[in-house]
Each structure stands twice: as C-alpha cells, then as structure tokens.
Design a protein around this ligand. Sequence first.
Ligand SMILES: [Fe+2]
Length: 173
Amino acid sequence: MFEKMYQSAAEVASFTQRQPESLPATKAILNQAVADLSVAHSILHQVHWYMRGRGFLLWHPKMDGYMEELDGYLDEMSERLITIGGAPYSTLKEFSDNSQLTELPGDYSLTMEAHLSRVVEVFRYLADLFQKGFDISDQEGDSVTNDIFNVAKASIEKHIWMLQAELGQAPNL
Ligand SMILES: [Fe+2]
C-alpha cells in the first residue's frame, strides 16, 4: 500500500517537473498562432473596410465580431505561452515575418463573395493550425493548451459552415 502511494507521488512529481522547461513544440505552435491571429485580424479589418455591395450592413459589423473573437484567442494563447515559459511575438514586424498568411493591398472592386471567400480561406488556415496545436499539445501532454486549441477550432469551423452556407456551398471541412 505504502509502496503504491509512493509510486503515485513519484509519478506526480515527475509530471510537474517536466512542465516548466519542456513543451518545446507546444510553445512553437502557440507562437505561430500568435503571429497568424495577429495577421488574420489585419485581414479581417481590411475586409471590414473594403467591402461594398449587398450584404454590407450585415457583414460589415459581423467582421467586428470575428475580430473580437480572434483577439480573444490571441490573448489567451499568448498568455498560455508566457505561463509555460515562452515569449510571444509582440511587434507588427514579428507577426508579419512569422505568419504563414499572406496580406494583399485593399481593393474596393472585389465582390462581397470574394471578400467572404477570403475570410473562409483565412479561417480554414486557422482551423488547420488549431488542429496541429491540438495534436502537438496532446503529444507533449499539455492538456490546458490542448483545450484552448480545441475550443477555438470548434468555433472557427462553425463560422466556416455559416460563411460557406452564405456562399451557397457545403462546409467542406
Ligand atoms: Fe469599424
């Protein structure tokens, strides 16, 4: 009995010990998300400003909601990164240099469909990234980060469904 308890305590000790100085891949994917969410916010702002056409009164404020949601993930993932001993990117240059998303100049001539398709493209990238974050944090045993990525992915996938429905298409996740 005593031996069993001791064994269990040793297991707990070894688990807590590996937290602070490990999780290298989890830190890397969290920082990737920091860069990508920052650039994604910028792209959504551009859509918010440059859209013209039917649906403007609905989609213009909708972009505000998306930006607010992404900002929430950005802050949560940055702060989780700090909590596990990492250092989030924190300058516009770092966000831009490290993001995999490509920014384009603003264009008033784009149709509303083109703008919404662009948002779907960004959200698909984020959903894939969050899946990677889920898998990596799972492999490294960081259940808190795992939960953050899981919740974020579920919501982004729902937005993809709704945007695709607006575009007359299946979600195609
Ligand atoms: Fe605005």
